[in-house]
Ligand binder design. Structure first.
Ligand code: SF4
Ligand code: SF4
Ligand code: FES
Length: 258
């Protein structure tokens, strides 16, 4: 166990834990747009910056991205010092220039008093902050269907050759976890369209509701050894079946005890 101080409060953390996780657990709010619990930290957005020091540093302090910085014994952390707020404002100013039409970025920037960017805004941009969550989560799922392509201002997230990605299974992990919600998809009940590909949606054999794509089900079936039939029934109907079975067992036990 490691003892450290965050905003004047002594807290305890596990060896190897990152500052961001500890700060959040202790109730300190830190913006972190490129962070996702399910994937490794990346350090792309720089918004989770905090100030750190130690008594023995004799007044010297440093600024670190808390998502990538592991806890240290006797560390003194300030999550909202004047300098930290200034750094976040600069980052948000830049992000607002890149994504002037993103409601998420506008709102976060406004919270820090940045209502207008001081840079030239990208008028017809895609509102992608290049946080890399989509590409990293897709890779973590085992598909690596999309990646970051291009350089500088032309950098975008896209499938290989900007064509419909053959490795995509339409799981939606990229789209649902995008902090600025800029990866579109269309579900029409029987098909899903994402990244220019059309996938068949499986319909629950009990209630008829669409569940996941056939490609995703086949992939899960293969990689996680889950029987293909499992995906023919939606989660809700699975839960209902389990509760009915549990109810029958309880009834049977009651009868047997009489
Ligand atoms: S929908 Fe396609 S691109 Fe997005 S995470 Fe799933 S497999 Fe990857
Ligand atoms: S599309 Fe969304 S998740 Fe992907 S890098 Fe851009 S902002 Fe991040
Ligand atoms: S959350 Fe730490 S750099 Fe983005």
């Amino acid at each position: 166990m490691v003892e450290l101080t965050i905003n004047g409060r002594v807290v305890h953390a596990n060896e190897g834990e990152m500052l961001l996780a500890v700060c959040r657990r202790e109730g300190f709010r830190i913006p972190a747009l490129c962070h996702h619990e399910a994937i490794e930290p990346f350090g792309a957005c720089r918004l989770c910056m905090v100030e750190i020091t130690k008594k023995e540093w004799k007044g010297w302090s440093n600024y670190v991205t808390s998502c990538l910085y592991p806890v240290e014994k006797n560390l003194i952390v300030l999550t909202d010092s004047t300098k930290v707020i200034e750094l976040r404002k600069t980052v948000l100013d830049l992000q607002l220039a890149r994504c002037p039409n993103s409601p998420e970025i506008r709102q976060l920037a406004a919270e820090y008093g940045v209502n207008q960017t001081s840079y030239e805004p990208v008028v017809d941009g895609d509102n992608c902050i290049l946080c890399g969550i989509c590409t990293r989560i897709c890779e973590k799922m085992g598909f690596s269907a999309i990646s970051t392509v291009g350089r500088g201002h032309d950098k975008v997230v896209a499938p290989p050759l900007k064509e419909a990605p053959p490795d995509c299974v339409g799981c939606l992990a990229c789209s649902l976890n995008c902090p600025t919600h800029v990866i579109p998809y269309i579900d029409n009940g029987s098909t899903r369209i994402i990244w220019g590909r059309t996938f068949e949606l499986i319909k629950c054999s009990k209630c008829g509701k669409p569940t996941i794509t056939r490609d995703f089900a086949e992939s899960l079936s293969k990689t996680k050894s889950i029987p293909a039939e499992y995906f023919e029934v939606c989660d809700e109907c699975h839960r209902r079946e389990i509760s009915l079975t549990m109810g029958s067992i309880a009834n049977w036990e009651r009868e047997a005890a009489k």
